[in-house]
Design a binder for this molecule. Structure first.
Ligand SMILES: [Fe+2]
Length: 186
């Protein structure tokens, strides 16, 4: 068994969550997948095999971006944002990367069987459901990626979605393209 993770040191944002059981879900799920993963140093976990930038740094930036957007929405538009849902989803949405990627002997990163078999985030979402994480948080985990079948439903999920994509611009540059398409409307 590997040494455990001290999650509150890796993600200090956990301490901003009011509901203790949400904090416990994050710690437990990260630790469970950490023990199953082939990573020796959590800071070596990349954003993806193609983007070898520390996932933890990106994840923290996404959560901090999302908090700033939430503050702005509330200050200017009187929006109601549930910070506990936002933070818990933001800190769990990519936990499956631990077992979706693995380091190779030649210092590269490759997809595992889980990573090759399931859409990104599925593994984290099903684990969160199994551990009793509220469905509204599990839905954000499942729908948080551009590869998901649909956009997140809640305001917390939408903020995280765009905060995530914006942060990727800071790391790898612009990734958005405009395309013509035929839209079915009802
Ligand atoms: Fe992700």
């Amino acid at each position: 068994m590997k040494p455990g993770l001290i999650m509150e040191e890796i993600f200090p944002e956990i301490k901003l969550i009011q509901q203790k059981h949400y904090q416990e879900h994050i710690v437990y799920i990260w630790e469970e997948l950490w023990q199953e993963s082939e990573w020796e140093d959590i800071f070596d976990l990349p954003i993806s095999p193609k983007v070898e930038y520390s996932h933890v740094i990106h994840n923290r930036a996404v959560v901090q971006n999302a908090l700033q957007i939430s503050n702005t929405f509330e200050e200017f538009h009187n929006s109601k944002i549930n910070r506990d849902i936002l933070l818990t989803a933001g800190l769990l949405q990519d936990v499956s990367k631990l077992v979706e990627f693995r380091p190779t002997d030649n210092g590269k990163v490759e997809y595992t069987t889980i990573g090759l078999t399931y859409p990104h985030a599925f593994w984290g979402a099903q684990l969160a459901i199994k551990h009793g994480v509220p469905h509204e948080i599990c839905e954000i985990i499942l729908d948080h990626t551009p590869d998901s079948a649909r956009f997140p439903k809640s305001i917390e999920g939408k903020i995280l979605y765009y905060a995530d994509q914006l942060d990727m611009i800071a790391i790898v540059g612009d990734r958005f393209t405009k395309e013509s398409y035929i839209r079915i409307f009802k």
